[in-house]
Design a protein around this ligand. Structure first.
Ligand SMILES: *Cc1c(COP(=O)(O)O)cnc(C)c1O
Length: 366
């Protein structure tokens, strides 16, 4: 049996007639930029995330950049974030001229360790950017408390966790501003690149609407800010409108399949995901002290896995200039040697999941 880490073809085939008719509508309309699909999607996302505003843009990285710019984070500022995430989290901070300041993660949730944040604050700290990693919300209660005490902004990197709840509230509504990605592999993905920003703050939403069209005002060719070109295409918005209707069902299915893995693998030597609040399981991440051997055993049985993340950001060559030494983020460094993802997606069928479980056990019993 061959099982990829993700099977987007299956998802597409399920929705093919609906998606194709919407795509054709857009092509026939010849309205490709900022038309009614984008507007409708933004309204639907705001409603879904329980925020007043949603502003779409070209991708999740731009969402982070636009959020930082709108908050006025820039040259010489510092933003607290996690080193155990996708590179774009810290990259966005650097792109606006600020510096990421890394705080190590919790060994069980893999989210930023809020207990260590205060010791990393300086007079240059402007914001905290927690990532809801692998689909599980960060400890937003503690993070918001610190932010309030020191007058800092909080920006959620929610790219991996659309639909997740924290204390009964939707991710994306838990801070000043939040950023999502519609990259095809995310829980809600389009057929290319896309992103969205959610906030309750009208001024921030208006600023981002301007920034995404070169800092233009309501009248074209009159520019008030140095912005960028970062819009979601009508085609992508039309596709996302079809898929958004499925998101809760898909997330539910991920949660069920994750619970099945956890039940069947609990007596192996693997360390399984620790759910402390709730998770929409963007990825099902396990730890093994024999990762390379297990991964290659599974691959020889036709099962693809993924390593998230092999290099913590403070050890990336691109961040050599920040001066972090090996051993400075011990938890992230430990995890980087041990974690990997088993295939988990709504379209994964029982027979495939049982096969994966069987192969993990075969490796265990070798
Ligand atoms: C995917 C992702 C991003 C970037 O999103 P893109 O749409 O690929 O630009 C940022 N942060 C995290 C945590 C992500 O998973």
């Amino acid at each position: 049996m061959k099982i990829p880490l993700l099977n987007l073809k299956r998802q597409y085939e399920l929705l093919q007639p609906m998606i194709e008719s919407k795509v054709l509508d857009v092509l026939h309309s010849a309205q490709y930029i900022l038309g009614h699909n984008v507007l409708e999607l933004e309204n639907r996302i705001a409603e879904y995330c329980e925020t007043k505003y949603a502003v779409s843009c070209a991708n999740g990285t731009d969402a982070l950049i636009l959020a930082l710019k709108a908050l006025g984070v820039g040259l010489g500022d510092e933003v607290i974030t996690t080193p155990f995430t996708f590179f774009a989290t810290a990259e966005a901070i650097s792109i606006v001229g600020a510096n990421p300041v890394f705080v190590d993660v919790e060994p069980d949730t893999y989210n930023i360790d809020s207990d260590q944040i205060e010791s990393k604050l300086t007079r240059k700290t402007k914001a905290i950017m927690p990532v809801h990693i692998f689909g599980q919300p960060a400890n937003m209660g503690a993070i918001n408390k610190i932010a309030k005490k020191y007058n800092l902004y909080v920006i959620e990197d929610a790219c991996q966790s659309i639909g997740a709840n924290y204390q009964g509230k939707k991710v994306g509504s838990l801070s000043d501003i939040a950023c999502f990605s519609f990259f095809p592999t995310k829980n809600l993905g389009c057929a290319g690149d896309g992103g969205v920003i959610t906030t309750d703050n009208q001024k921030l939403a208006d600023t981002i609407k301007s920034l995404r069209v070169h800092g233009s005002g309501k009248v074209k060719y009159y520019n008030y800010l140095i912005g960028q070109n970062s819009r979601l295409d009508e085609l992508q918005a039309a596709i996302l409108l079809v898929k958004l209707n499925k998101l809760d069902t898909w997330n539910h299915s991920r949660i069920e399949k994750a619970a099945y893995y956890t039940e069947k693998l609990k007596d192996t030597s693997l360390i399984l995901p620790h759910v402390w609040e709730s998770s929409v399981f963007h990825l099902y991440i396990v730890q093994s002290d024999q990762r390379e051997a297990m991964v290659s055993f599974l691959l020889s049985a036709g099962i693809s896995t993924g390593t998230y993340y092999p290099v913590p950001l403070h050890q990336q060559i691109a961040y050599k200039n920040l001066g972090y030494t090996d051993g400075s983020m011990p938890v992230s460094e430990h995890l980087a040697k041990r974690t990997f993802a088993l295939p988990l997606y709504p379209e994964l069928i029982q027979e495939e999941q049982d096969y994966i479980i069987q192969k993990v056990w075969e490796f265990e019993n070798k």
